[in-house]
Design a protein around this ligand. Structure first.
Ligand SMILES: [Zn+2]
Ligand SMILES: [Zn+2]
Length: 226
C-alpha cells in the first residue's frame, strides 16, 4: 500500500493514498488535517483507494472546510469519484463540506502546490492514461518517486542530483515489464546520481530475500529528514 506524507514549510502533501493511509497516520500520531494536496501516480487501488476514507475522515473526524487538491493523470476526477460512489454512494451523492479540486497532469508537465514544484514524468506501468512518476522540489531539496514503473533508461535522466530517490522494487528474481526488480536497480545504483536511494513498494520476492538486499529498504512509518 503506497502513501508518503511530505511535510514542508508551507504545508503537507500526500504522495499516493493507499487504502491503509488513515490507520498508518494514526499509528504514527500524525494528522491528515494539514494535507492540502494528494498526488496520485496512477489508478491502481494500492495507490488511490485510501481517498474515500480520507474524504470521510475530512468530514467527520477532522472536519475541514478548505479545499483538498487531488492531482493525477487525465481522468483523475472520474476515476476517484467512481471509487467514492462505489464505496459510499449516499455520501458521494451529496455535496462535501469542502471542495475537491481535481488537477490533471501529464508527463512533462509541471504544477506548483504551495511552493512545491512537481514535475510529472511517464512511468512505464499503465497506459491510457499514463502512469506518472514525480520529481518534487521544495526548499532546495529534490525528491524523485517512481510510482510503479518498469525499467527504462529514462529514469536516469530524472534522478540525477536527487536528495532522495524513492524507487519501487516489486520483484527480485522476476523481470516484469511494468515493475522494477532489485538486481537491475542494484547494478545501476550509481548511475541514478541520487544522494540516497530508498527502495519501496517491496514485493514478496524482495521481502523474502532481504538478507541479499544491500540498498536501503523503506518500512511503514519510516521518517526521512531532507
Ligand atoms: Zn500499479
Ligand atoms: Zn502499486
Amino acid at each position: 500500500m503506497a502513501a508518503y506524507l511530505l511535510q514542508h514549510s508551507e504545508g503537507s502533501l500526500l504522495i499516493d493514498c493507499g487504502p491503509t493511509i488513515l490507520a498508518s497516520l494514526n499509528r504514527h500520531g500524525l494528522s491528515a488535517e494539514p494535507v492540502d494536496a494528494v498526488l496520485i501516480s496512477h489508478f491502481h487501488g494500492d495507490h488511490l483507494a485510501g481517498l474515500p476514507f480520507l474524504f470521510l475522515h475530512c468530514m467527520y473526524i477532522e472536519p475541514r472546510s478548505r479545499p483538498l487538491k487531488i492531482v493525477g493523470p487525465p481522468e483523475v476526477e472520474n476515476r476517484v469519484m467512481t471509487i467514492f460512489r462505489s464505496m459510499y454512494a449516499d455520501t458521494a451523492g451529496e455535496p462535501l463540506p469542502f471542495a475537491l479540486e481535481f488537477i490533471e497532469v501529464k508527463p512533462q508537465e509541471q504544477i506548483v502546490l504551495n511552493g512545491v514544484k512537481v514535475d510529472a514524468f511517464h512511468a512505464l506501468h499503465q497506459e491510457n492514461p499514463p502512469s506518472l512518476g514525480f520529481k518534487i522540489s521544495a526548499e532546495d531539496r529534490k525528491l524523485v518517486y517512481t510510482g510503479d514503473c518498469g525499467w527504462t533508461e529514462e529514469l536516469f535522466g530524472h534522478t540525477q542530483n536527487a536528495d532522495l530517490f524513492l524507487c519501487e522494487c516489486s520483484f527480485f528474481e522476476t523481470r516484469y515489464e511494468t515493475h522494477l526488480d532489485y538486481p537491475r536497480i542494484a547494478e545501476n545504483a550509481g548511475r541514478f546520481g541520487a544522494k540516497r536511494i530508498v527502495l519501496t513498494h517491496l514485493g514478496q520476492e524482495v521481502l523474502s530475500r532481504q538478507a541479499e538486499v544491500a540498498l536501503e529498504m523503506a518500512s511503514d512509518g519510516l521518517v526521512i529528514d531532507l
